[in-house]
Design a protein around this ligand. Structure first.
Ligand SMILES: Cc1cc2nc3c(=O)[nH]c(=O)nc-3n(C[C@H](O)[C@H](O)[C@H](O)COP(=O)(O)OP(=O)(O)OC[C@H]3O[C@@H](n4cnc5c(N)ncnc54)[C@H](O)[C@@H]3O)c2cc1C
Length: 423
């Protein structure tokens, strides 16, 4: 059996739901194929303030305000010795309701986004696992998927949007994954109930706590008195001495007094999770009839909580580019050059900051003492206002630490040579 759509979206995470909702709203016939049944578990709970803008476009702000998600007004840092910084409040930087964001249990948040796509007219099929891209001669014309009862079906579409997250469906099948060797970390994480949280406006703050010279912890308050807590560091360091995740985690907790004291009040629940392959970008953001978005296109170390923002923003950009391509009756790869260039520019700004974070010679506080006029630029980057010129910021940063050149890949796969998107 086969059916015909304007767009087939593979993956119902934030990127896929955003793209599907916006295309359906524009009157396009959209199907979303999601292999899990929702709500499903996912890591990545801390939002950036600028998530507000794609969420507003999706019509989600009232739902977010009515949710039970902890409100996040700030980020704070804890030194390796356990000393807590003064929180950095977003409202000190910009006077907009976006200056308050949320900490979201992703099962619930992603289900809300997918419901929203359904309400706007997208056909959402849960339990459908994409197996193969359809097409010939390099032109993608849809996807073949299997349902939960094992049935196989073809979903023909003018454009297929790959939003499969870090599974990266098209990237894996085409050999397009290019790893970022410098950001080659792993993460180990779990959840605690009843752990300490700060009072009042700081209750929903994200805390980044450093482990001496080695890595950092995230500490993210969630509903039901739960906290998401994880460590990111080099694989060789974390696995030195033991391969057992719980043993490693308990050892690392003792390396930061603040984390140790905060968790001592709570009880660990559920599994310890691990993931590697931290940062990568696809060689291409699109080919004829195919567009990649969210983590299926690129993943960046989560230290600045940029993933969901880039997924929502990228999903919205993909929807606009696909809609324009459908209107022009031309879904060839060239149509997605600007899409790739825009997305790469946002990722690059964040990537430079991530490099600075891991550089032993770079210190954000010392940098701002030397360049106080760049505080606004730095903060814009950290809150997700990525659509601006960061040249002054990164030229100044280059005086302390090497700033990476943009990666040369990420443009569409155009069968005739054309300009690269990211260079
Ligand atoms: C350790 C860690 C910590 C993180 N912390 C944060 C954080 O604090 N804040 C933040 O913003 N981001 C964080 N992130 C990043 C964030 O989780 C991702 O960037 C975000 O989930 C990307 O959304 P997406 O829609 O691209 O992919 P996903 O959310 O992964 O959604 C992809 C969907 O595709 C489905 N799928 C996959 N393959 C198929 C298939 N073949 N057929 C059908 N469906 C398929 C999956 O089931 C899934 O539902 C973190 C990531 C990691 C690894």
């Amino acid at each position: 059996m086969s059916a015909r759509y304007d767009a087939a979206v593979i993956g119902g995470g934030p990127a896929g739901s955003a793209a599907a909702a916006l295309l359906a709203e524009k009157g396009r016939r959209v199907v979303v194929l999601e292999r899990e049944t929702f709500p499903r578990y996912h890591v990545g709970e801390s939002l950036l303030p600028y998530c507000y803008f794609p969420l507003a476009r999706l019509g989600m702000i009232d739902k977010m305000k009515a949710s039970r998600f902890p409100k996040k007004y700030s980020v704070q840092f804890v030194s390796p010795g356990g000393r807590q910084s003064v929180p950095f409040y977003f409202h000190q930087h910009f006077d907009h309701e976006a200056a308050m964001t949320w900490q979201v249990p992703r099962g619930e948040f992603d289900a809300m986004l997918l419901d929203n796509a359904r309400e706007k007219g997208a056909e959402v099929r849960l339990g459908w696992n994409a197996r193969e891209l359809l097409g010939s001669g390099g032109v993608v014309t849809g996807v073949r998927a299997t349902g939960s009862a094992g049935e196989s079906r073809e979903f023909r579409a003018a454009v297929t949007i790959d939003a499969t997250g870090r599974d990266a469906f098209a990237v894996s099948r085409n050999g397009w994954r290019v790893r970022d060797a410098y950001l080659n970390k792993i993460a180990i994480w779990t959840y605690y109930r009843g752990a300490l949280r700060d009072p009042g406006i700081d209750e929903g703050a994200t805390t980044v706590a450093f482990v001496p010279d080695k890595g950092w912890f995230w500490y993210i308050p969630l509903p039901d008195d739960m906290v998401s807590v994880g460590i990111v560091a080099e694989k060789d360091y974390l696995y030195s001495g033991s391969r057992d995740l719980e043993t490693i985690f308990q050892r690392e907790i003792r390396n930061n007094k603040w984390v140790e004291e905060h968790l001592a009040a709570g009880r660990q629940e559920g599994a310890h999770h691990v993931t590697g392959e931290f940062s990568y970008r696809s060689r291409h953001c699109a080919s004829d009839g195919l567009v990649l978005t969210g983590d299926a296109f690129s993943f960046l170390d989560p230290v600045f909580s940029s993933g969901v923002f880039l997924a929502l923003h990228g999903g919205a950009l993909a929807a606009d580019a696909v809609d324009a391509a459908l209107s022009a009756n031309d879904v060839s790869a060239e149509r997605f050059s600007d899409y790739g260039a825009n997305l790469c520019a946002s990722i690059e700004a964040m990537r430079k900051l991530v490099y600075a974070f891991y550089d032993p010679n770079f210190n954000f506080k010392a940098f701002l003492m030397d360049f106080p006029h760049l505080k606004g630029d730095l903060t814009d980057c950290l809150i997700g206002n990525l659509s601006r010129d960061f040249d002054p910021l990164f030229s100044a940063m280059a005086k302390y630490a090497p700033v990476p050149a943009p990666v040369p890949h990420g443009a569409p796969l155009i069968r005739q040579p054309a300009a690269a998107a990211c260079s």
